[in-house]
Design a protein around this ligand. Structure first.
Ligand SMILES: Cc1ncc(COP(=O)(O)O)c(C=O)c1O
Length: 421
C-alpha cells in the first residue's frame, strides 16, 4: 500500500502553496466546500472596509463617477482574460439563473436556432427550472430532458443523438455538480453547430478550477457564478460570455435602464446599448462587485494552467487513497476516474453518508473539523480548491473517513437532514 505521507513531498513541491496565505482560515478546520462557496480572501476584507467607510460613508453619490460606474466592465475585462476571449464579450452581474433566463429567452426571440429547448439530468436543477419556465411561456414542445442510466457520466453518444434528432438550444454544465463529470466542450460545440444547435454552457463548477479556453473550444454563450472556485463571496454576481457575432442579434428581454445606450439621458424610449452591455438591467451591486474582484485577481496571478495541474494531482491523490483505504469500508467513488473527464471536486458515497458528513463537520476531540457537503441521496462532495487546500488536508480527510466507519462513530449521528446540506 502506498504511504499516505507522500503528501509531505507534494506540499513542499507545490508552486501554488504560497497562495494559501491569501485566504482566511479557521484553526483546526479543513474546508472542502470550495465548489459551493469559496473562502474569503484577506484582501477582500480590507477592500470592502475601505469601500464602506470611504467610498460609501464619505464620498457617497460622488463614488459613482469616481469608482463605481466602470467597475462591472473592469471585472469583466479580468474574466475575459481568464476565459481567453475579448473584453467586450463578457458581462458581469445578476445571478446565473437570471442570466440563463435572459439569454435563452433572447435566443427564442430570434430564428437563429430551432425553438427546442434541452438539457440533461446531470445539469444543476435551476437550469432545468429556468428552461421549463420559459418553455411554458413560449408554449413550445417539452424540454428535451436527456436521461442517462446513471448519475456519473453523460452518455455522449446519446447526447449527440438527441441534439441531432431534436436540434435547438441546449444548456449543459461543463462540470456536473453531483459527480464532477467534465464534458468535451469543443467536440460538443462542433456537433451542435453541425446540427444548427447551440449549447449554452454553465461554467459554475468549472471556472477557477479548469483551464477553459472559450476561443479554441468554439463556445458561443456561457454563463456561470463566481462564488465557488472564484472566491467571489456568497451570492456574488454571475458572468456571461456572448461571442461578438451573436451580440447584435440578441435583445435583452428585461429592458432595464442600465442596458440603455445612454442611461443618464433618462430618455423615455429604450435604445439598447450596442454591445454586450445591452444585457445589463439595473443598478450594479457595488459591494458584491468589489467583493468578487480579489478572487479573480488571485486566480489570474496563480495562472489557471497551474491551478488545473495541481487540481489533477490532488484529485488523483484523493482517488488513489480512497481506493486503497476507503473502498474496503463501503465507500464508493462517484466521480470519473479518468482525469480528462473530471473537474475539481470528488464525490463519494456510502450507505451512511449523511451521518458520516455530520461526524466530519463536528470533528473528534483532538482532530480537525472537516467541511464537505452532502447531496441526496447519499453523495459526499469534497470541493478541493488548489489555491488553499493542501495535500495534507486530503491526507487528514482520508484518515478521518476511515476512522469514522471503522470505529462506527457515525452511529452517534441522527439520520434527520438540516436545511442547507
Ligand atoms: C451549475 C450551477 N448553475 C447554477 C447555480 C446557481 O445559480 P445562482 O447563482 O443563480 O443561484 C449553481 C449553484 O450551485 C450551479 O452549481
Amino acid at each position: 500500500m502506498t504511504n499516505l505521507k507522500t503528501y509531505h513531498n507534494l506540499d513542499s513541491n507545490d508552486s501554488l502553496a504560497h497562495f494559501r496565505k491569501e485566504f482566511i482560515h479557521q484553526e483546526n478546520e479543513i474546508y472542502l466546500d470550495g465548489n459551493s462557496l469559496g473562502k474569503l480572501p484577506r484582501e477582500t476584507e480590507k477592500k470592502l472596509n475601505e469601500v464602506l467607510i470611504y467610498q460609501w460613508g464619505n464620498r457617497l453619490i460622488r463614488s459613482w463617477n469616481e469608482n463605481w460606474l466602470d467597475l462591472p466592465k473592469k471585472i469583466a475585462g479580468k474574466y475575459s482574460k481568464l476565459l481567453n476571449v475579448k473584453k467586450n464579450e463578457v458581462i458581469i452581474g445578476e445571478s446565473t439563473s437570471v442570466r440563463l433566463y435572459q439569454i435563452v429567452y433572447s435566443l427564442l426571440l430570434t430564428d437563429i436556432y430551432p425553438k427546442q429547448l434541452g438539457t440533461d439530468i446531470l445539469n444543476f436543477p435551476t437550469d432545468n427550472y429556468i428552461l421549463e419556465g420559459i418553455n411554458k411561456k413560449f408554449s413550445l414542445q417539452n424540454v428535451n430532458l436527456i436521461k442517462y442510466s446513471q448519475e456519473i457520466f453523460a452518455d455522449l453518444n446519446l447526447l449527440k443523438d438527441q441534439i441531432k434528432r431534436k436540434p435547438g438550444i441546449y444548456c449543459l454544465s461543463l462540470v456536473t455538480y453531483k459527480s464532477s463529470f467534465l464534458y468535451p466542450m469543443k467536440d460538443l460545440n462542433m456537433w451542435a453547430e453541425k446540427f444548427k444547435s447551440i449549447i449554452v454552457w454553465d461554467l459554475s463548477h468549472a471556472i477557477g478550477a479548469i483551464d477553459i479556453d472559450l476561443k479554441s473550444s468554439a463556445a458561443k454563450i456561457c454563463i456561470g457564478c463566481s462564488y465557488k472556485y472564484m472566491n467571489g463571496g456568497p451570492g456574488a454576481p454571475a458572468f456571461m460570455f456572448i461571442k461578438n457575432e451573436l451580440q447584435k442579434k440578441l435583445f435583452n428581454p428585461i429592458q432595464g435602464w442600465f442596458g440603455h445606450k445612454k442611461p443618464f439621458n433618462f430618455d423615455l424610449n429604450y435604445i439598447p446599448d450596442d454591445g454586450i452591455n445591452r444585457f445589463s438591467v439595473g443598478t450594479p451591486p457595488v459591494l458584491s462587485l468589489f467583493a468578487m474582484e480579489t478572487g479573480i485577481d488571485i486566480t489570474l496571478q496563480a495562472g489557471i494552467k497551474s491551478i488545473r495541474k495541481k487540481s489533477l494531482l490532488q484529485t488523483e491523490f484523493f482517488i488513489k487513497h480512497l481506493k486503497n483505504r476507503l473502498v474496503p469500508l463501503g465507500y464508493n467513488l462517484e466521480s470519473p476516474q479518468e482525469k480528462s473527464k473530471r473537474g475539481a471536486h470528488i464525490t463519494i458515497s456510502h450507505k451512511f453518508s449523511w451521518q458520516i458528513c455530520q461526524a466530519l463537520i463536528k470533528g473528534n476531540n483532538n482532530g480537525f473539523k472537516i467541511i464537505p457537503d452532502f447531496r441526496p441521496p447519499n453523495f459526499l462532495r469534497f470541493g478541493i480548491s488548489p489555491l488553499y487546500n493542501r495535500f495534507e488536508d486530503l491526507y487528514i480527510v482520508i484518515r478521518r473517513l476511515e476512522d469514522i466507519v471503522a470505529s462506527k462513530e457515525y452511529l452517534n449521528f441522527s439520520t434527520e437532514k438540516i436545511k442547507v446540506t
